[in-house]
Design a protein around this ligand. Structure first.
Ligand code: 62N
Length: 833
């Protein structure tokens, strides 16, 4: 191939040698080269990190070839592209999915076999890339997989945290947080791109001057700059030769950083002070819903927004110079919640201050490129920042937000003259002793699209949280129900079920999940049912081994695996699950053991380190678990497991093994849920409330294949103000006994008072989560589920029907909808097409 010159910039392209073969021979040869020559190792032992690294390098070479071709195809077309801005990408492990998508899992396994190694052991060496808290971060990762598979030109922009989501250790039932130094042995997937480094401004002040044309312009001066260095991670599509990019920014000090603040004698101190800059990307904030206001967090948000926008504009200038007339046609920024919402003001600043564009044109561009996705209905979780903090850290950005607000308020008062209350409600600035910026409102005002993540959630946004804005701009609001990628959440994590499905209906479901509906015709087939149960049993055995390795507890696979894994939060109601566990314990103790269907309850999830109630819930679960698991009366009937350090890799073992999926949030509180979809896809039945995407799951699978319980959103709202949990408890003997057990000290013999907090929370008339209100219907639905489980053939049928009906919960569908309604991208056309 001849060297190719680039018409836009003064560069030439290095011709790649012939494409690398995808054979076991070639993979083994490359592996040996990396292990022996590059990493300089000779001794092969299964648990060596270098072995894992050498396998990654061999795979990465094959990705890099396709990466270059993808880039060439995009550059030659200059088509519209999307930047997905997210503070979190919860990628998990990458090797198995990379090999699956490249179509070389068998060849790589064969290559390693020849030198006596097992690819499965190599997979186990990889640490999770835990750059996210939970659903929001994992959704971003699933989106990237689907976009690459659909050949959509979507670039992920995030932060390369040095420390990802903390590891959870359980000691005497308490959660202890340990740092996740996931980069310590290196992250062989990434490629550092120092050539695209950007400078990010902080502090200083904003200044006006008059330009050559006599126009007043603004300048942000006397700043302390921090460098943003990008690290690229390849994102392969499924067997389509597309490789997209996840670009993660890492902070570094500039050479001049702070040096002038020290005298000549303090050179060493001055260099040490570079830490302040580099701290920006040190650690992921582990808050899943609230806890706001940390200055370092605002720095992270602005750092991501500014670096990513500058990178986009740098690329734009390569092709278009200073002509921004088509910028909005060719670019779109999808904001993953309000975390990167400061991008609205930052794009205004870059266009005006750095590129000389006037306000009206800059605003036109901004409002036609930004799109905002909301992920929460909890009003207390909406991000707000003190104006004073913005003034200190981002003075020029604050100017711009004030100007946006002034023009916006004028628009509102023109539409509703004299409606001062409405203006106060809608203002981007919340007045008070400490004025605050409302980031969700900034995102709405600055975007052309605002979406929720499940049908119910989007409806509640329009009618509740964002009602005033939906009145003003109804056309902006839309729904995009979440999904999950079936490549990771079925094909890779449940290979036995995947093989069984493909044997019957072919493997088209891997890129078209709706094909799973063909399984419905087999739901009554006796032989298929036997095979289906066999796979579930193997997956339960695999999880049992994993739980024993982690906790030392042996669990019985001859029981319902009843699973709730997700972040610990009051609205998700792990407490309701615990009440049911105590109720079963109580029944068995009172001699009803014969009537109890054996059950293993698994609860897993992390609590935000500052969320005392969530940490207390973990402790209480562990205390109840210890009593249950050590009581001989419970043997063969009931076990309660707290799964420690739940993460992406944990879910890959858990969701294939579950019989019953707990989705039990208070109606109107869970935006969507995505774990619910992973469980359904793997043949679990759901016990759930009418909340988030549960509503759509139940519609898809049919009410008869779903265990519904609990109050609806409307009933919850109607009950507020007259809710009296004590009356509910007193009227229900089962509930009374459960509360008495909790209050008696039975589960906390030497820890007096431990259960008081949760007991009081359940009895609290102002309990936002109304746990007691749903106790009876939850217990009844659990009883129905247990009875259904004993009818093995019918249960298997329902399980198959759940998988069969999960087709719409693929992120392939979600991404098609984003693309049809918001992004309007053309697929990447490779030369080979
Ligand atoms: C989840 F700003 N949200 C939803 F730092 N948030 O709860 C779930 F405080 O219902 C959805 O299915 C899912 O998004 C995907 O749409 C969620 O995971 C966070 O992780 C989060 C992280 C940080 C913050 C706030 C929320 C912070």
């Amino acid at each position: 191939m001849p060297a190719r010159s680039d018409k836009h910039s003064n560069t030439t392209q290095l011709p790649l040698s012939k494409d690398l073969p995808m054979t076991a021979d070639a993979i083994l040869k490359d592996f040996s080269h990396y292990f022996g020559h590059m990493l300089g190792r000779r001794t092969i032992s299964a648990d060596s990190p270098f072995l894992y690294q050498a396998v990654v390098f061999a795979a990465r070479d094959r990705l890099v070839e396709r990466w270059g071709k993808t880039r060439d195809a995009m550059e030659s077309k200059d088509n519209r592209r999307v930047s997905y801005l997210s503070l979190e990408f919860l990628m998990g492990r990458l090797l198995r999915n990379a090999l699956l998508n490249l179509g070389i899992e068998d060849e790589t396994a064969e290559a390693l076999n020849r030198i006596g190694l097992d690819l499965e052991d190599v997979y186990e060496r990889e640490r999770d890339a835990g750059l996210g808290n939970g659903g929001l971060g994992r959704l971003a990762a699933c989106f990237l997989d689907s976009c690459a598979t659909l050949k959509l030109p979507v670039l992920g922009y995030g932060i390369r945290y040095h420390y990802g989501m903390f590891h959870q250790r359980i000691e005497n039932g308490h959660q202890l947080e340990e740092p996740d130094s996931w980069l310590r042995e290196g992250f062989p997937w990434e490629i550092e791109r120092i050539e695209f480094t950007q400078a990010i401004k902080f502090g200083g002040r904003s200044n006006t001057y008059t330009d050559k044309g006599g126009i007043t312009r603004y300048q942000w001066v006397d700043t302390q700059d921090v460098l943003a260095i990008p690290f690229d991670v390849p994102i392969p599509g499924y067997e389509n030769d597309v490789v997209n990019t996840l670009r993660l920014w890492s902070a570094a000090a500039t050479d001049g950083f702070d040096l002038d603040e020290f005298n000549a004698g303090s050179y060493v101190d001055a260099v040490a002070a570079k830490n302040a800059a580099e701290n920006i990307t040190m650690v992921l904030y582990p808050n899943a819903e609230t806890e706001n206001g940390q200055e370092l967090r605002l720095r992270q948000q602005y750092f991501l927004a500014s670096a990513s926008l500058q990178d986009t504009i740098r690329y734009w200038a390569l092709h278009h110079g200073d002509d921004f007339s088509e910028f909005a046609e060719k670019n779109c920024f999808q904001l993953n919640d309000t975390h990167p919402a400061v991008a609205v003001a930052e794009l205004m600043r870059l266009l005006m201050d750095e590129h000389g564009i006037d306000w009206d044109m800059a605003w036109d561009i901004t409002r036609n490129t930004m799109a905002y996705t909301n992920h929460t209905l909890l009003p207390e979780a909406l991000e707000k920042w003190p104006v004073s903090m913005f003034r200190r850290l981002l003075p020029r950005i604050l100017d711009i937000i004030y100007e946006i607000n002034a023009r916006f308020v004028a628009e509102v008062s023109q539409r509703w003259p004299g409606d001062n209350d409405r203006i106060r409600r809608m203002s981007l600035v919340e007045e008070g002793s400490e004025p605050m910026l409302r980031m969700a409102y900034l995102a709405i005002v600055g975007s052309f699209s605002v979406n929720g993540v499940a049908a119910l959630h989007s409806k509640l946004l329009r009618e509740g949280l964002f009602r005033d804005f939906a009145d003003l701009w109804p056309e902006k609001f839309n729904n995009k129900t979440n999904g999950v990628t079936q490549r990771r959440w079925l094909a890779a994590c449940n290979q036995e079920l995947a093989a069984l499905i493909s044997e019957k209906i072919g493997n088209g479901w891997i890129t078209d999940l709706t094909q799973l509906s063909q399984l419905a015709a087999l739901a009554d087939d006796a032989n298929f049912q036997v095979a289906w149960r066999e796979v579930k049993l193997h997956n339960k055995q695999r999880l049992a081994a994993n739980i024993e390795a982690k906790t030392g507890l042996k669990i019985s696979t001859d029981s319902i695996f009843d699973v709730q894994v997700k972040r610990i939060h009051e609205y998700k109601r792990q407490l309701l699950n615990l009440l049911h566990a105590v109720h079963l314990y109580d029944r068995i103790r009172r001699g009803e053991g014969e009537q109890i269907v054996p059950r293993t309850i698994v609860i897993g999830g992390k609590a935000a380190p500052g969320y005392a109630m969530a940490k207390n819930i973990i402790k209480c679960i562990n205390n109840v678990a210890r009593v249950i698991n050590s009581d001989p009366m419970m043997a063969g009937k009931l076990q309660l497991i707290f799964y420690p350090d739940y993460n992406v890799s944990g879910m890959e073992l858990i969701c294939p093994a579950a019989d019953l999926s707990e989705q039990i949030s208070t109606a109107g509180k869970e935006a969507s849920g995505t774990g619910n979809m992973k469980f359904m896809m793997n043949g679990a039945l759901t016990i759930g409330t009418l909340d988030g995407a549960n509503v759509e799951i139940r519609e898809a699978v049919g009410a008869e294949n779903f265990f519904l319980f609990g109050l609806t959103v409307e009933q919850i709202e109607a009950l507020r103000g007259q809710y009296d949990p004590q009356v509910i408890i007193d009227a229900d003997d089962d509930f009374k006994r459960v509360m008495d057990l909790l209050d008696s000290g039975h589960f906390n013999r030497f820890e007096s008072g431990l259960m008081d907090g949760i007991s009081q929370a359940i009895r609290e008339p102002a309990d936002l989560w109304m746990t007691a209100a749903d106790f009876r219907s939850f217990v009844d639905a659990q009883t129905a589920a247990a009875e259904a489980y004993t009818e093995t053939e019918n249960w298997t049928k329902m399980s198959i029907l759940n998988t069969a009906a999960s087709g719409q919960f693929s992120t392939d569908r979600t991404m098609r909808e984003y693309n049809d309604d918001i992004w309007r991208l053309l697929p990447i056309e490779l030369d080979s097409d």
